[in-house]
Design a protein around this ligand. Sequence first.
Ligand SMILES: *Cc1c(COP(=O)(O)O)cnc(C)c1O
Length: 367
Amino acid sequence: MTIPFLDLKKPHQDLRDELTAAFQTVLDSGWFIMGQQLVEFEKEYAAYCGSKHCIGVGNGLDALHLILRAYDIGEGDEVIVPSNTYIATWLAASFVGATPVPVEPNPNSYNLDPNKIEAAITPRTKAIMAVHLYGQTADMAPINAIAKKHGLKVIEDAAQSQGARYQGKRAGALGDAAGHSFYPGKNLGALGDAGAVTTDDDELAHKLRVLRNYGSQIKYKNEVKGYNSRLDELQAALLRVKLPQLDRWNEQRRALAAIYLEELKDVAQIRLPQTDADNEHVWHVFAILHPQRDALQKHLQDAGVGTVIHYPIPPHLQDAYTELNLGVGSFPISESIHQQIISLPLDPYLSIDEVRQVAAAVRSFQA
Ligand SMILES: *Cc1c(COP(=O)(O)O)cnc(C)c1O
């Protein structure tokens, strides 16, 4: 058996004709940056998320970084981030000169524990970055309530949760602004780098449109020192082909996750992922905990099953963040997750049979 962790050929073979047609449309238009494809994708993605504005940018990290920049968050400010996220969330805060202040997750959902946020708030705190990790949203109602009480912005990192719902609303419409990534491996992926911001905030949307394009609205007239971070026409056209498939793909992810949950329940030592009440999970990854994680990964590899560790080292223990002096033991919940977590293959093009084979391989490690 060979079941790779993720095969990005299959979804694109399935849509080959439509993707090729989209490519030809852009090719024949002779217009490659800031054109009609972007305008249409922004409309379609904003409507999908249920937010007023969508602003396409170069990638997910830029989306988060530019939101902070547009809110004038910078030097001397603090931004609350999860201690167990992908490092991009922290880097966005660092890029504007702010300090990322980690808060531990709820060990059941892997998302920010709202009960631990207030202890981390200081007079310098300006925003909470709520990451929707692995495909389910953070517990946004209490997070928004805390932010309101302390006058903070709530920024969603929706990179892993396209299409997820919380209390009926989509990720991307649950805070003040949201950063999305269309990195190829995400639930909605481009065929290269791409990202977007969604928001209902008119002023923020305007600032972002200017910031992403050299600080300019009118060509060669620069209002502010901006960036070059644009979602190009080709990626926008390809994303427009894939967006209408997203709900179907997420439905398939849920069906496959349900099989793992059934096949792996009551297996000794394994902790299965849990879905919070009020959440519709989109299973960006299916991550389980196992105390002998490395041996399990080796066992699965020998059985032909690809796995990935999301993530092996928490941001506070990365060399990139030694300046914060947060040593081993400073975020024990996160550190224990990082030591035990392993993601099993789960994508909409895996068959039920393949998922059953992976589950059997996991169970055979116990025997
Ligand atoms: C992928 C990801 C990002 C960054 O997105 P890029 O498009 O790769 O820049 C940010 N946050 C999280 C949680 C991610 O998974």
